[in-house]
Design a protein around this ligand. Structure first.
Ligand code: 6CM
Length: 247
């Protein structure tokens, strides 16, 4: 039954042209569109992107950026995985049921609101990193299909009356994340687990929201982002192994 449920709430195939009336929808739509088109732009010719992690097909770049002494380094990662589809990767990234399985920086996660079947608002607290204060985040998350076997999840900070910032022990951080995935099969062949490759573009910009030592923050990112992307992709490969391909 669990396996069956997994299948039915995969993101819908094809482009979703549904109109929603939620107050956040225009922003969700606009930022998701921007993030998805930026995600697949290369880093090669652009100035300022430095490669900081490389392992197998995974490459991670960052651009050092500080605003008022706070680290805001944009991060961009490219990866390729075989045997799992864009739709499957986005399903496991979006669906909160799996988040504790692969997200190791997480302390707590609460579903604040279900905007629609493909959009939710989450409150999360992260594990504290010495000597900085603990952080939390409140963000909407939206999964969508795009042409050419592309699926993407965009997460972006928002506000909610029930979750005011900086009232407890946590400092509120601000995040914009996009996981964009595109699946290809060899020309003329029908896609199967044995012949598909999915290209992943993961972009993240985190504003720590308050003082945090730059050196510590950069060290945390350098260690945690590669760990996240390797662990997450392996998790999806393991989860999908004995399931029919969802393309
Ligand atoms: O994208 C990732 N996860 C998503 C689902 O949880 C979501 C999360 C975004 C938050 C990213 C913030 C991470 C910062 C964690 C450490 C905070 C400590 C502050 C330290 C001060 C010195 O989009 C995967 C995120 C992987 C992060 C490494």
């Amino acid at each position: 039954a669990e396996r069956q449920r997994d299948r039915v709430d995969l993101p819908p195939p094809g482009v979703d042209n549904r109109i929603t009336a939620h107050r956040l929808w225009p922003e969700i739509d606009r930022i998701s569109t921007e993030q998805i088109s930026a995600a697949f732009e290369g880093v090669g010719g652009e100035i300022g992107w430095q490669l900081f992690a490389e392992e197998g097909d995974m490459r991670m770049y960052r651009r050092e950026m500080e605003v008022d002494g706070m680290v805001m380094d944009p991060l961009k990662a490219m990866h390729r995985v075989k045997g799992v589809s864009a739709r499957e990767l986005c399903h496991y990234f979006f669906n909160p049921r799996y988040r504790y399985d692969w997200e190791t920086t997480l302390e707590t996660m609460t579903i604040v609101e279900e905007v629609s079947p493909d959009a939710m608002i989450f409150h999360q607290t992260f594990k504290r990193v010495w000597p900085a204060s603990q952080r939390d985040a409140l963000f909407w998350s939206h999964v969508r299909a795009a042409p050419h076997h592309t699926y993407a999840v965009t997460n972006h900070s928002t506000t909610h009356v029930d979750y005011p910032a900086n009232t407890g022990a946590c400092i509120r951080l601000f995040v914009t994340v996009c996981l964009a995935c595109r699946t290809t099969a060899p020309p003329g062949e029908a896609p199967t687990r044995d012949n598909i490759t999915t290209s992943i573009a993961y972009c993240s910009t985190v504003n720590p929201g308050g003082w945090a030592p730059a050196g510590v923050l950069r060290a945390v990112y350098k260690r945690e982002y590669p760990k996240f992307l390797k662990r997450f992709t392996q998790y999806v490969i393991d989860q999908c192994q004995d399931k029919p391909l969802a393309i």
